[in-house]
Design a protein around this ligand. Structure first.
Ligand code: ADP
Length: 255
């Protein structure tokens, strides 16, 4: 009897632990949703006055008042606007069910990103080119969101590579996967920072990289979109030598 009572006690205890765990999971989920809603609401509310500030400051700039701070205000307002946009994309991506799904060619998408980034590369004194290993590479999903990933990776490569360097976008396939590699000869990321660069708001501890403006949200957004498409984003990098960011997405083999 004593044994049975002890066993029963153990079962009751395990059931209680399970119940507490379940409750904690539910609470954590609710908190996560609350956090995403809060970010979305604040960002949305910030957007309206910011748009108005940008409009007015651009007007002042056109009037050519000669006041030097007008340019500084304009630059900061644009930066804030970009941050708010990123925060909105980040919160929007939380647990959202994909609405747009269609088949598209990943090579075409990369070609278009490389074309429209050409000007930024040229003004930054960098070479930017595309290497196509296999074509076409059909994938399924939201082409706008996938282009956000490639834009972000190319944008970062251009941002974190000093003048005279190069950025190469290599597109191909490996087995059942389409692969996009963005290879740069830039600042690189230390081994300590590498595991964290995909976490929201994380910026490398490297001082050269820190002196370049950013929000630490771009790669978190990339990873989330890739995962929602059944793919991944990863990094290989060496400090002072450069980085390779790789996006993989499942190839759509249906005809
Ligand atoms: P942001 O660039 O806005 O700070 P990201 O999430 O895009 O945010 O990147 C996170 C951090 O990873 C950056 O702050 C930077 O330190 C580092 N990083 C990203 N891409 C590169 C790259 N191509 N070369 C060197 N560092 C990079």
């Amino acid at each position: 009897l004593h044994e049975i009572a002890r066993e029963l006690g153990r079962i009751v205890h395990a059931a209680r632990v399970h119940e507490t765990e379940q409750r904690l999971v539910t609470e954590l989920r609710e908190l996560d949703r609350y956090r995403a809603d809060l970010i979305a609401t604040i960002s949305h509310e910030l957007k309206t006055p910011l748009t108005s500030i940008i409009g007015h400051v651009e007007l002042l700039d056109e009037l050519d008042t000669g006041v030097p701070s007008v340019r500084a205000i304009e630059r900061s307002a644009h930066r804030l606007h970009k941050l708010v946009d990123r925060l909105l994309s980040y919160s929007r991506l939380h647990g959202e069910i994909r609405e747009v799904r269609r088949r598209f060619d990943l090579v075409e998408l990369c070609r278009s990103t490389v074309e429209h980034s050409g000007f930024q590369a040229a003004t930054s004194g960098l070479s930017l080119d595309l290497e196509v290993l296999d074509e076409p590479l059909p994938v399924t999903g939201d082409p706008h969101e996938v282009s956000l990933i490639v834009d972000n990776l190319v944008g970062n490569a251009l941002k974190y590579t000093p003048r005279g360097g190069s950025v190469r976008v290599r597109v191909g396939s490996a087995g059942a996967e389409a692969r996009v590699e963005v290879v740069d000869t830039g600042l690189g990321i230390s081994r300590i920072d590498q595991p964290h660069v995909f976490s929201p708001f994380h910026r490398s501890t490297n001082l050269d990289a820190l002196s370049i403006p950013g929000s630490g949200l771009g790669l978190a957004i990339c990873r989330r979109i890739a995962e929602q498409h059944g793919g991944q984003v990863s990094v290989e990098s060496e400090l002072g030598r450069g980085s390779t960011f790789t996006l993989t997405l499942p190839l759509d083999t249906s005809d």
